[in-house]
Each structure stands twice: as structure tokens, then as C-alpha cells.
Design a protein around this ligand. Structure first.
Ligand code: 13P
Ligand code: SF4
Length: 379
């Protein structure tokens, strides 16, 4: 039996089997379900739990509202409760702070729940890029280029965009955001997800050579003046490490063995995968499409594994499988455990707020401009 040393202090006196550790954790998680239920009952309508589709079942079952990033931002803006517990990732909780009332408190059950894509663009890099674009495009890039940030970005990037007349978008309204931007300016600077930007631009008929990739680690993004001047969309070199794992070969393999399969993917997948898919859309689009599909239909799904498994169990009359043979798990969404949820709720019962998300006032003001613009753009 494999043995696991607990800590240096225990080396000589105590060892514990790996199986024992796992059982303890499982028992704790089961007990956490009861703790969450009890705390919820005590807190009543003082607290609302919002849950993203990628959360694990043990957590998302407690959500008062489950949805995609867009729906959660809309829902967050209309919550009456004083406490919003966000079962999602950091940028979602920040958006709930920005869109919520000043007296509301937004709590992230685990402060380690970030997003690797959001971390691929920071304010300093984006400001440098903007200044370099300014040098190439002339005095005031604001007259020519519209900044759009994907929801999956830090609040200070939403503020950057808001202060320059731009908007936020999510995977469910990126097309509307690009149409809105091009109605006002010649070009779009889109960050941090290159794939969402490219897939949406391509669907609008923008040629690939007019969608250029900005490498934040190179001067002028590694682009020539001619490339920048010719571009319609300047795409930040960022991606989702989960959706990046789906490959065109996975689609080919499904079609070979199941010619009648429907391939449905999230727009964070790379263009070569999206081009081969039958359908593309946000997590809620994927949920609604599969739930409404006829019995007996087959679905290969290119998105996070917890959502795909939930869809599979909710639709036993259909074949629903992950597009890839490997588990595509969002490790940061997974960080929120039932223990974390029980912990923040029990602290609220005791009158203590832990893991509150704060956004400085000046950032909130400008970020709200960008989020309000997004919510006003027709989907
Ligand atoms: P949506 O919720 O917009 O589908 O996006 C998925 C995602 O990656 C959230 O981080
Ligand atoms: Fe970020 Fe990708 Fe996880 Fe979404 S699925 S939170 S984009 S790492």
C-alpha cells in the first residue's frame, strides 16, 4: 500500500496511507453538503449563490442561478440579496461587484479560482500595446480603433476599455459587440482570447490576413506598420488552455466512426476545430441545443468536462460525449469545492465575511461603462 508522509514533523512518528487521506476528504465533502444546506437555511434570502456551468455538480447543485458568463453578469446585476456567493472564477466575481449595488458583498469561495486566459493580458502590456498602436495609427487611436475585452479579463482591463469608448463581450454576444464596434470605428483591438476574436471575425467575413496576432512580448506586437494599417482586427495572443486541447483530428475521428454525429464546440476552440464543427456557441447555447435535440441524436462536445458530463446524465436518450479522448478540465473552476462553499456560508452565519472581492472605485467606474455598453448591445 502506498504511504504518504504527512509533513516533516510526522516523518518519524506518523504515516498515513493515501487511501485514508482520500476517504477523509470524501467524508469531509459529504459532510460539507449538510453544512451548506444548514447554512443556507439560516441565511435565507440574505444570500444568493450564482454558479457557472463549469462548476462541479457537488457545488453547482446549490446555485440559485446557473448560467454562462453573460447570463451570470445580467443575473448578478439584478440580485436583491445582500450577499452574492459566486461559484465561478475571479473575473466573474469582479464583474458582479461592478454591476451590483454598493451595499452588496460579493464572495468567491476560493480565492485561487482564477483564469489562465485572463492572466495572459495585464494592464501594463495592454497600455503599451495601445501606445504603440497610437504611434502607427497617428495621434488618437480612439478615433480609429475600438478596444473590446472578453469578459475573461481583469477589472482594470475592463476599465481600460470603458475609458476609451469600448465594450466587454462574452462568448454569447461577441458578434453583436464586433458589429457595434465596426459601426463606429475602422478597427478593433480584441483581447485576451485570440480564438473567440478570430472565429467571430471569420464568421463576419473578415479575411484572415486582416486579423493579425499581437504578441505582447515583442515590440509592436511583432507586427509591421503595414500589417497594423491593413488589419481590421488586432487579436491578442491569448487562449484558453482548456479549449485549446480540442483538435481538428478529434472531429475527424468522430466523423469517421459516427458519420451522423453533431459536433458542437465553444468559440474559445481554435479556428480549425470551429471550422470543422457543425455548431458553435457559448456554454448556454450548448446546453440548450443538446437538451432540445431529438432522442437518439449523437453529440461530440468541445467544452469543459464537467458540463459535458452533466449534459450526458441529463440526456440519457442521446449520445453525449466529450469531443476529445482526454479529460479537458478547467482546473481553476475546479478549485471551488463543497468545503469552500460551506466555509464561506458558515462564516456568514457567524457574521463574518471572508473572501470578499473588492474592486477600487475608479476602476469600477470605467469598467461599469464597458459592462453597461455590453448589456445594451442586442444579442
Ligand atoms: P461562457 O460562459 O461565456 O460560455 O464562457 C466560458 C468560459 O470560459 C468561462 O470562463
Ligand atoms: Fe478560463 Fe478557460 Fe477556465 Fe474559462 S475554461 S475559466 S477561459 S481557463
Amino acid at each position: 500500500m502506498a504511504e504518504l508522509l504527512l509533513s516533516p514533523a510526522h516523518v518519524e512518528t506518523e504515516t498515513v496511507s493515501a487511501e485514508t487521506v482520500d476517504e477523509t476528504l470524501i467524508e469531509q465533502e459529504v459532510a460539507a453538503m449538510e453544512r451548506i444546506k444548514r447554512a443556507r437555511e439560516t441565511l435565507g434570502d440574505q444570500v444568493v449563490i450564482l454558479g457557472h456551468h463549469y462548476q462541479r455538480d457537488e457545488v453547482v447543485q446549490f446555485a440559485d442561478f446557473q448560467g454562462d458568463s453573460y447570463q451570470l453578469s445580467k443575473e448578478g446585476a439584478s440580485v436583491a440579496a445582500k450577499y452574492i456567493v459566486f461559484a465561478g472564477v475571479h473575473f466573474m466575481a469582479e464583474s458582479a461587484v461592478i454591476l451590483g449595488r454598493p451595499d452588496q458583498v460579493v464572495i468567491l469561495p476560493n480565492m485561487q479560482a482564477g483564469c489562465s486566459m485572463a492572466d495572459m493580458a495585464n494592464a501594463e502590456q495592454v497600455l503599451t500595446a495601445w501606445e504603440e498602436l497610437e504611434q502607427v495609427l497617428g495621434d488618437d487611436p480612439t478615433n480609429q480603433i475600438m478596444p473590446i475585452t472578453y469578459m475573461n479579463s481583469a477589472a482594470n482591463l475592463k476599465a481600460f476599455v470603458g475609458a476609451r469608448g469600448g465594450t466587454v463581450c462574452t462568448s454569447s454576444n461577441a458578434r453583436g459587440a464586433l458589429d457595434w464596434a465596426f459601426a463606429q470605428r475602422e478597427k478593433v483591438f480584441f483581447f485576451p482570447d485570440q480564438h473567440l476574436g478570430r472565429n467571430t471575425g471569420k464568421a463576419m467575413g473578415i479575411p484572415l490576413d486582416q486579423m493579425v496576432l499581437w504578441n505582447p512580448f515583442k515590440p509592436f506586437g511583432g507586427l509591421t506598420d503595414a500589417q497594423i494599417l491593413n488589419a481590421k482586427i488586432i487579436l491578442w495572443q491569448g487562449h484558453c488552455s482548456v479549449h485549446q486541447q480540442f483538435r481538428p483530428a478529434h472531429v475527424d475521428a468522430w466523423r469517421k466512426h459516427h458519420p451522423d454525429v453533431n459536433v458542437i464546440v465553444h468559440p474559445e476552440c481554435m479556428m480549425d476545430v470551429v471550422d470543422k464543427a457543425d455548431l458553435v456557441g457559448s456554454t448556454s447555447y450548448i446546453v440548450n441545443t443538446i437538451n432540445r435535440a431529438p432522442a437518439g441524436s449523437k453529440w461530440a462536445v468541445g467544452t469543459e468536462i464537467h458540463l459535458v458530463n452533466r449534459l450526458k446524465h441529463a440526456n440519457p436518450d442521446k449520445l453525449v460525449q466529450l469531443l476529445s479522448p482526454f479529460a479537458c478540465l478547467c482546473a481553476t473552476m475546479y478549485r471551488i469545492s463543497p468545503l469552500d462553499l460551506a466555509n464561506v456560508l458558515e462564516n456568514l452565519v457567524e457574521g463574518r465575511v471572508i473572501n470578499q472581492i473588492f474592486v477600487p472605485d475608479d476602476i469600477q467606474r470605467n469598467a461599469k461603462l464597458a459592462l453597461d455598453r455590453m448589456l445594451a448591445i442586442p444579442k
